[in-house]
Design a protein around this ligand. Structure first.
Ligand code: COA
Ligand code: NAP
Length: 273
């Protein structure tokens, strides 16, 4: 028995925050198996690059410039995507922001900015998509983070925001289950060569310490996360909803991380710049 990837041919996959890193990896994985993929993010350059890379795979792709903090731009992007590709079969909500800062030192606007992007932004994406999701059959995937479940110094903003993201997943699984919509969170561990890791492990030493903490003793790859997304969206995932699924080499079993030295290294790099 094999996962039948032909089931994604012609499917509409919309990835919010899908132009770089882990989320782009998910967009590309669906593109490679024949889905029609729309990606949304703020930077016109990121959007153009992602759209061109997706089109180079030989399929259809649409790039939309927009900010998940602005519901109108999300609605407009989705309307364009739905006009082009029909109802959304797979929705990925992964836009996020992060930096290392202690709660007592960050400004209220710094905290609010991350909550606005990660949590309110996710709500805006899910809320805007609801009318466009295929019913029954749509699959929604939120990209969470280990901080949602593990209290982590220097990350109070992300902890609070991503905890909200996972609770949104669980709650909407109840509200939308009757319409045949499934929704789950994927919780990536440390994924190599991503902006998130550049921010949380800014030096080779920090990267080494982080890798050493992972029970499987390696950093994750974007394709590790993308494969989980493919499985969830496939018929193999058809009875999974409201789940929060770590793809983290076991990191979530190891307790809080210490970002103090990573934060000092990041601050030193900033003061040198
Ligand atoms: N430490 C403390 N505060 C910081 C900070 C840092 N490293 N970086 C930004 N802030 C504060 C700013 O000072 C500002 O607060 P203020 O108005 O009180 O001064 C607030 O956060 C908003 O910053 P701004 O640069 O205006 O936000 P933005 O909306 O342009 O960008 C960020 C959002 C800050 C999250 C930006 O880093 C970003 O765009 N990130 C996306 C990429 C990313 O983080 N990827 C990893 C995902 S895991
Ligand atoms: P990334 O490349 O920076 O991905 C974030 C994406 O979101 C970018 O494409 C960015 O593009 C977009 N984005 C940011 N703010 C946005 C906004 N306001 N509106 C619309 N789009 C916005 O970082 P990443 O490390 O791959 O992280 C991707 C996801 O994985 C995030 O949800 C993160 O929390 C999660 N995660 C990452 C790791 C890791 O190891 N990297 C671990 C756990 C969880 P623009 O700049 O063009 O807007």
């Amino acid at each position: 028995m094999q996962l039948d990837l032909t089931q994604f041919r012609g499917r509409h996959v919309f990835v919010a925050g899908g132009t770089t890193g882990i989320n782009y990896g998910i967009a590309e994985a669906f593109g490679r198996v024949g889905a029609r993929v729309a990606v949304l993010s703020r930077s016109a350059e990121n959007v153009a690059t992602a759209q061109a890379r997706l089109q180079a795979l030989g399929g259809e792709a649409l790039g939309c410039v927009g900010d998940v903090r602005q519901p109108a731009t999300v609605q407009e992007a989705m309307a364009r995507a739905v006009a082009a590709y029909g109802p959304i079969d797979v929705l990925v909500s992964g836009a996020a922001g992060n930096f290392l800062a202690l709660a007592a030192e960050m400004s209220p606007n710094a905290f609010k900015t991350v909550v606005d992007i990660d949590l309110l932004g996710s709500f805006n994406v899910l809320r805007s998509a609801h009318e466009h999701l295929r019913k029954p059959g749509a699959c929604v995937i939120q990209i969470s983070a280990p901080q949602a479940d593990t209290p982590t110094p220097w990350q109070s903003h992300v902890c609070a925001a991503k905890a909200g993201v996972d609770m949104l997943t669980r709650t909407l699984a109840l509200e939308w289950g009757g319409e045949g919509i499934r929704i789950n969170s994927i919780v990536p561990g440390p994924i190599a060569d991503t902006e998130g890791i550049r921010r949380l492990a800014p030096t080779p030493e920090a990267l080494e310490r982080m890798t050493a903490r992972v029970p499987l003793q390696r950093m994750g790859r974007c394709e590790d996360v993308a494969r989980c997304a493919l499985m969830l969206a496939s018929d193999w995932g058809s009875y999974i909803t409201g789940a929060v699924i770590p793809v983290d080499g076991g990191l979530s079993l190891t307790g809080p991380r210490d970002f103090a030295s990573a934060a000092a290294a990041a601050a030193a790099a900033r003061s040198r710049a």
